[in-house]
Design a protein around this ligand. Structure first.
Ligand code: NAD
Length: 441
C-alpha cells in the first residue's frame, strides 16, 4: 500500500483521499483552510456528499486517513501527491492556475524522496508539462519527481459512488515508472484503466465535460423549438433514447447546466482553442445557449404577470443540482437577484443549500424585495402567488400536484426541471409552465 498525500479537500480532493484510504492506502489530506481541517478531524465533512462522512470516520478511526495544514510534513515522504485544488474561471474564460502553482511550489520545497505528483484538477492541455518543469526548477532536495495527469470524472451528489465505481480511470503519463505507480494505486479499485499520454489525458477531461454540456444545451434548444411548434420535449427525448448511439442520459431539458465544472470547462476549452487560432463553434454555442436558458422560467413568468412587486414567490431548490450543497453557477443565482430587484417576496426552500445561499443573500430585505428561508416545501408554498422550481430534489419531486393547489393562493407553477406531467398538473387545477412542453408562454 502507498503513502498518499492529497492537496485540497474539496469535492475532488477529499473524496479521492477518503476513497484511497477506503481501499487500504495510507492517506494524509492537506488543506490551507484551518477551519476545514479542524472540522474534518472532528469527523465532519465540510461538503455535503452521500456516504462521505461515514467513510471519513471509519478510515480516520482505522488510522489510514488524517488531515493537516502542515504540507511539509505531509509531502516530504509521500510516494504520490494528488493535487485536487480549484482551477476556477478567470474573467477572460481561461483557467486560474494560481492554486496549482502554489501547491507545486510547496511540493518542490517539501519532498525529500522520489515522488509522483498526480494532477486531478482539471487543467488546460499542456499545463502538466509546465507543472513538472516548475517543480523541478524549485526542487530543494535531490530527488526524482514526475507529473502524471489523472483527471476526475465524479459528479457532485454521487461523488463517493462515482469514485469507487468509476466508469474508467484515465492515466496520462510520460514514463513506465509513473504508469506503474498509478496502476498499483488504482489496482484495489478493480476498474478499467485507460493509459494515454499526459496531454491526451488533459484533453479527455475537457472533451468529456464539454460533450455533456453540449448535449444539455442541444436538448434545451430542441425544447425551445418544441414549444414553438407544439411538440413535447419529454416525449421527443424518450423517442430518441432508444437509439444506442444517442443513449438515454443527459436528455432532460431544463433551465441549463450549472456547477463548478461545465460552465468553466466549456469556457476554458473555448479559450484554449482561441489561443491556438481555432474557433470551436459547437462549444461556443453550448455556452451561449446555456446563458439564455438559465432565465427561461423568469422570462415566462415576466410574460405572464404584470409585476412581481409584492407577490409571494415560492422558490423550490437553490443548488445547481440535487444531492449537493454547491451553489456555484446555480440558476437560482441568476433568477433570485432579478426577482428581488423587481420587488418579489421570496420564500426559499432547499434541503441542504439554504445555509450557503444565506451567506450570499442574508434573510430580510434586499433591493426592492425580501427573502425568507423556510424549513419545508409546504412553508414555501403557503399563500404563494407563484412558484419556481429550480432544483429537482426528491423532497420537491415527491410533492403531489394537489399540494400546490392546496397551499398556494394562486396555483401558478414555473417548473425549470420538468418534474411533472403537464396533464396531471392541469387536472389538479394548476396553471403549469415547464420547458419544451405544449403549453408555451
Ligand atoms: P473546491 O473549490 O471544492 O476545493 C478546493 C480546495 O483546495 C479548497 O478546500 C481549498 O482550500 C484547497 N486549497 C487551495 N489551495 C491549496 C493548497 N495550496 N494546498 C492545499 N489545499 C489548497 O474544488 P473542487 O470542486 O474539488 O475542484 C477541484 C478541481 O477538480 C477543479 O479543477 C475542478 O475543475 C475539478 N473537478 C471538479 C469536480 C466537481 O464536481 N467539483 C469534478 C471533476 C473535476
Amino acid at each position: 500500500m502507498y503513502k498518499i498525500a492529497v492537496a485540497g479537500t474539496g469535492y475532488v480532493g477529499l473524496v479521492a483521499g477518503v476513497c484511497f484510504a477506503e481501499v487500504g492506502h495510507n492517506v494524509i489530506c492537506v488543506d490551507i483552510d484551518e477551519k476545514k481541517v479542524e472540522l474534518m478531524k472532528s469527523g465532519k465533512s465540510p461538503i455535503y456528499e452521500a456516504d462521505l462522512e461515514s467513510l471519513m470516520r471509519k478510515n480516520y478511526e482505522a488510522g489510514r486517513l488524517d488531515y493537516t495544514t502542515d504540507f511539509r510534513a505531509a509531502y516530504k515522504d509521500a510516494d504520490a501527491i494528488f493535487i485536487g485544488v480549484g482551477t476556477p474561471e478567470l474573467p477572460d474564460g481561461s483557467a486560474n492556475l494560481s492554486y496549482i502553482a502554489s501547491v507545486a511550489r510547496q511540493i518542490a520545497e517539501s519532498i525529500e524522496k522520489d515522488c509522483l505528483v498526480v494532477v486531478k484538477s482539471t487543467v488546460p492541455v499542456g499545463t502538466n508539462d509546465k507543472v513538472e518543469q516548475f517543480i523541478n526548477d524549485f526542487l530543494v532536495h535531490n530527488v526524482k519527481v514526475e507529473v502524471a495527469s489523472n483527471p476526475e470524472f465524479l459528479a457532485q451528489g454521487s461523488a463517493v459512488h462515482d469514485t469507487l465505481k468509476a466508469s474508467r480511470i484515465i492515466i496520462g503519463v510520460e514514463s513506465k515508472w509513473a504508469e506503474n505507480i498509478l496502476k498499483c494505486i488504482y489496482e484495489p479499485f478493480h476498474l478499467p484503466i485507460v493509459t494515454v499520454n499526459r496531454r491526451s489525458a488533459e484533453m479527455i477531461k475537457y472533451a468529456s465535460n464539454d460533450f455533456l454540456a453540449l448535449k444539455i444545451s442541444y436538448m434545451n434548444e430542441i425544447a425551445n423549438l418544441c414549444e414553438l411548434v407544439g411538440a413535447d420535449v419529454k416525449d421527443v427525448a424518450k423517442g430518441m433514447s432508444y437509439d444506442s448511439r444517442i443513449g438515454d442520459k443527459f436528455l432532460n431539458a431544463g433551465i441549463g447546466y450549472g456547477g463548478s465544472c461545465f460552465p468553466k470547462d466549456t469556457k476554458a476549452l473555448e479559450y484554449l482553442a482561441r489561443q491556438n487560432g481555432y474557433e470551436i463553434k459547437t462549444v461556443k454555442a453550448a455556452i451561449d445557449v446555456n446563458k439564455e436558458q438559465k432565465l427561461a422560467m423568469y422570462k415566462k413568468a415576466s410574460r405572464r404577470l404584470i409585476t412581481f412587486h409584492g407577490l409571494k414567490v415560492a422558490v423550490l431548490g437553490l443548488t445547481f443540482k440535487p444531492g449537493t450543497d454547491d451553489l456555484r453557477e446555480a440558476p437560482s443565482l441568476d433568477n433570485i437577484p432579478l426577482l428581488l430587484e423587481n420587488g418579489a417576496d421570496i420564500y426559499a426552500y432547499d434541503p441542504v443549500g439554504a445555509d450557503n445561499f444565506k451567506k450570499i443573500y442574508p434573510e430580510g430585505k434586499i433591493k426592492r424585495g425580501t427573502i425568507t428561508y423556510v424549513e419545508s416545501v409546504e412553508d414555501a408554498l403557503i399563500d404563494a402567488n407563484l412558484c419556481f422550481i429550480f432544483t429537482e430534489w426528491d423532497e420537491i419531486k415527491g410533492l403531489n400536484p394537489i399540494d400546490y393547489k392546496k397551499h398556494m393562493k394562486t396555483p401558478l407553477v414555473f417548473d425549470g426541471r420538468n418534474i411533472y406531467e403537464v396533464q396531471q398538473m392541469l387536472d389538479a387545477g394548476i396553471e403549469y409552465y415547464a420547458i419544451g412542453r405544449k403549453q408555451a408562454l
